[in-house]
Design a protein around this ligand. Structure first.
Ligand code: AFP
Length: 359
């Protein structure tokens, strides 16, 4: 459904609140743009576009709408709480995790455009289509930040989409389609179930954000071409791990916490414990996010292909950087669907400083 109305005379139309002059504002003199309209506009920029990609993202937006509805009703429906099963990482699965996992798979299987899924909640890759129409591979974390679900703290859904490598007749997709490096993503994004539901995505042409209006059932554009500030004075890090991380990281942390005469330090700590929410904050206010390897988990905690890669893609599209301490995240060749990676990401100037400590 497209809503495409001229709202020049409607005083209460969306007014974007932003201080960043690099970002394009969406204000009440512009037309309302729905996510569907935006996606088809993005696809139409490609001369060979068939509309399949638009349909794929349309199905994804539908899944997010349904998950958002369930998240909002979670307390009412008594859907909160643990199931009796654990996922491959040994974590207790929340009912909502499973629900979100199922909904995404159902919604994305409708159009026949998906060849395979890889999800945080599934041990193995799910292959769903093998004809030439099934061109896409979807990776997702259906509900990131599950330990925050039952206390009403922001959670979200992360997704990334690859094109299938081999479309020869009779060929199905293989594990190499799923284990592509992040720079090959054709789209990535996240939904944030916070004070409102937001959908942020990029097809490699900047980062755009949409707010869900439940009264009309539409995601409406509120910011386009989002740019991360060049520098921020915020950091996100699980301080409980301070003594478990490398000395170089500790020296960096000590440095940013030490007051300076120019008042740029100490940095302020903000850590939500939902990666998407921490990244979303970083995207708007700048600063750094660190989840390094620890003595307990040398590769850190975060999963590369469905958690870190899509967010690194978004951040780079907004002018930021993401590394594992040595390499650009998007250039890592994944070897396993549930592989973990250390993560350092942030504003470009803050990353320069951080990297000078990691050398
Ligand atoms: P859960 O989904 O198990 O809550 O994990 C969330 C997460 O993967 C990521 O979203 C957080 O940033 C990170 O873990 C928090 O990890 P710590 O609790 O170790 O800080």
């Amino acid at each position: 459904m497209f809503v495409n109305v001229n709202f020049t005379n409607f005083n209460k139309a969306i007014i974007l609140l932003t201080n960043n002059k690099n970002q394009m504002e969406v204000n009440n003199t512009e037309r309302l743009t729905t996510i569907d309209h935006h996606i088809s506009r993005e696809e139409s920029m490609h001369p060979t576009a068939t509309g399949e990609f638009t349909s794929l993202l349309h199905d994804l937006a539908l899944a997010i709408r349904i998950i958002s509805r369930e998240v909002r009703r979670a307390g009412i429906n008594d859907i909160l709480g643990l199931t009796s099963t654990s996922n491959i990482h040994g974590e207790k699965q929340q009912k909502l995790d499973q629900y979100a996992n199922d909904i995404i798979k159902k919604a994305m299987s409708q159009g026949g455009h998906v060849c395979a899924f890889a999800s945080e909640e599934d041990d193995e890759v799910t292959v769903v289509g093998k004809d030439r129409k099934s061109k896409y591979i979807i990776l997702f974390d259906p509900l990131d930040g599950s330990s925050n679900i039952s206390i009403n703290v922001t959670i979200g859904t992360i997704f990334g989409v690859y094109r299938r490598i081999d479309l020869s007749p009779g060929q199905s997709c293989s594990i190499s389609d799923v284990l592509q490096p992040g720079y090959k993503l054709i789209t990535a994004g996240y939904a944030l179930y916070g004070s409102s539901t937001l959908l942020v995505y990029s097809t490699g042409n900047g980062v755009h954000s949409f707010t869900y209006d439940p009264t009309i059932g539409e995601f409406l554009l509120n910011k386009q071409y989002i740019r991360v500030p060049k520098q921020g004075s915020w950091y996100s890090f699980n301080e409980g791990n301070y003594y478990l991380v490398d000395e170089k990281v500790r020296k960096y942390l000590d440095y940013i916490k030490t007051p300076s005469e120019d008042k740029k330090r100490p940095f302020t700590l903000r850590y939500i414990g939902t990666l998407i929410a921490d990244l979303h904050r970083l995207l708007h206010y700048g600063g750094v996010y660190l989840y390094p390897g620890t003595t307990k988990n040398p590769n850190g905690k975060l999963r590369l292909i469905y958690e870190v890669n899509p967010l690194a893609f978004i951040l780079e599209q907004a002018g930021g950087r993401a590394t594992d301490g040595r390499r650009r995240i998007l250039e890592i060749a994944p070897e396993d669907i549930h592989q973990r990676t250390p993560l350092f990401m942030g504003s470009p100037d803050d990353m320069d400083l951080l990297e000078s400590f990691l050398k």
